[in-house]
Design a protein around this ligand. Structure first.
Ligand code: SF4
Length: 484
């Protein structure tokens, strides 16, 4: 998971990019980068958070009315600064690019680019593969002036060659900005317009919250397989280049996206409230005696409030989060994950002592976090600890850009909820059903009927994820982790 923003503005873009990137910092905390254009490209990339990488001096350095910003969370490749996005290629014309997603056939593409087109990839970042395929597709058309049809043909070439999930924004020097979403629209991408001149400014971003903060209006999601081209005269050209079923990632609404964002026109907060409502019905069936509902901050809050309201139970924020520790799930490497959980949450024992506590969290992945939290709550004197997850059991690797790519990571892989309860030390574990999760999203946008829920049910929408492919990805992932 990463966050990407592209702006084609009427004014200097650095400040806007910086603000927009802060708003999607949660999508990747490993590295960040900005490339701007004012007749030449200006680049600054580095490891760490946006606020640490960019300083006042970059206002003068990153000049131009056009730019791409990126916050990275590594899936392919390690966490080195060299792998930070955006990326740049000199020919044809000069192209910069940033993306969110994961290229499933990255190794094969890397090999083809070298052997057939003599293009060497100089990083382990899969966006470089997309960039070079796109550049090659454009170059092969031998055109001096780029028309929308040239762009569409190049994007179709990317769709044919690049497998996986990817939402992309690129800028071709002196020709225009391009944004596209993979044929299944797995990763989010929104487009907005700011009426600040004639012609106006345009932007795309992973989440609508970035565009809100930059005052872009008329924000809408790109369709699955849609390409947008803003040409040098700032005319907008749009075309859907795929007829595959739109299958957005369900985990965006569960965990990744900010509650104030709209993903595919579904408000994330509202969706989480609905998830709370559905889960409350599930909990009711269990006939448990619960004294207090406690969310695991922050993502579970919206669902937990709704559960408490619906079951007419007391709601207490009895776990206090240290905001200066990174999100544990998103931190690369299992060791850093384990050590940070301990420092992350502090219980308010007064609210837990002698109570039957219902903990609510967004999901249970490996079970390490859940086990530590249950332990904390028990140490605070709770009588019973029930654990409710407002997403279904996670059982399968995500090959589309999330750091859960090895089967053995999932506690629910071989265990049922009662066995999981035993393993994490809870008195009961209650899960949301996959149907309820789909229904909660569908309520926000009736047009959405298909989804990627592969990490829950093993059905990969791109149909090219074979057991051998999963094994290969698992191996690559393990190697990458060991090298960090
Ligand atoms: S496998 Fe899960 S996390 Fe990955 S894209 Fe699909 S729903 Fe999202």
């Amino acid at each position: 998971m990463c966050g990407v923003i592209g702006i084609y503005s009427t004014r200097e873009v650095f400040q806007d990019l910086y603000q927009g990137m802060l708003a999607i910092q949660h999508r990747g905390q490993d590295s960040a980068g900005i490339i701007t254009y004012d007749g030449r490209f200006h680049i600054k990339k580095g490891n760490g958070l946006v606020r640490d990488i960019f300083t006042k001096e970059h206002v003068a350095l990153l000049k131009g009315n056009i730019g791409i910003g990126h916050t990275r969370y590594p899936t392919i490749g390690g966490g080195s600064g060299e792998d930070a996005q955006p990326f740049l290629v000199n020919a044809p014309f000069g192209i910069m690019i940033g993306h969110n997603g994961n290229v499933v056939n990255y190794k094969q593409i890397k090999q083809i680019l070298l052997s057939q087109y003599h293009r060497m990839l100089n990083s382990d970042n899969d966006v470089e593969a997309i960039l070079n395929v796109f550049a090659q597709e454009l170059e092969s058309q031998q055109t001096h002036d780029i028309a929308p049809e040239n762009i569409y043909r190049a994007v179709e070439g990317v769709f044919q060659k690049i497998k996986g999930a990817y939402s992309v924004v690129a800028y071709i020097a002196e020709h225009g900005m391009v944004a596209f979403r993979d044929p299944y629209g797995i990763k989010p991408l929104v487009f907005g317009i700011r009426e600040d001149g004639s012609p106006p400014s345009y932007a795309v971003a992973s989440e609508s919250v970035s565009l809100d903060l930059m005052n872009f209006k008329r924000v809408e999601s790109l369709a699955a397989g849609e390409a947008i081209f803003i040409d040098r005269d700032r005319n907008i050209h749009r075309k859907v280049l795929s007829d595959r079923p739109h299958s957005p990632c369900l985990f965006e609404w569960v965990y990744f996206a900010r509650p104030d964002s709209f993903i595919d026109d579904v408000n994330v907060y509202k969706c989480r409230v609905n998830l709370g409502r559905f889960l409350a019905d599930e909990i009711k069936k269990q006939d448990l005696k619960i004294d207090v509902v406690v969310p695991v901050p922050d993502s579970a809050r919206d669902a937990a409030i709704e559960i408490a309201r619906r079951l007419e139970l007391k709601y207490r924020e009895a776990l206090v989060k240290n905001r200066y520790i990174g999100r544990t799930f998103i931190m690369p490497g299992d060791q850093s994950r384990k050590s940070s959980i301990k420092q992350k949450l502090n219980p308010i024992a007064l609210e837990l002592k002698d109570k039957n506590v219902l903990l609510v969290d967004d999901s249970i992945v490996r079970g390490n976090t859940a086990r530590s939290i249950v332990e904390l709550v028990r140490e605070s004197g709770a009588r019973k600890v029930y654990f409710a997850s407002y997403s279904p059991p996670l059982r399968f690797p995500c090959v589309y850009g999330i750091d859960m790519q090895t089967t053995k990571e999932f506690i629910a892989q071989d265990l049922n909820p009662d066995q999981i309860a035993q393993k994490i030390g809870a008195d009961k574990v209650i899960y949301q059903s996959l149907d309820s999760l789909k229904q909660a999203v569908h309520l926000g946008n009736e047009k959405l009927t298909q989804f990627c829920g592969a990490c829950f049910d093993g059905c990969y929408p791109t149909h090219d994820v074979t057991p051998e492919k999963l094994k290969e990805i698992e191996q690559e992932r393990t190697e990458a982790r060991n090298n960090r």
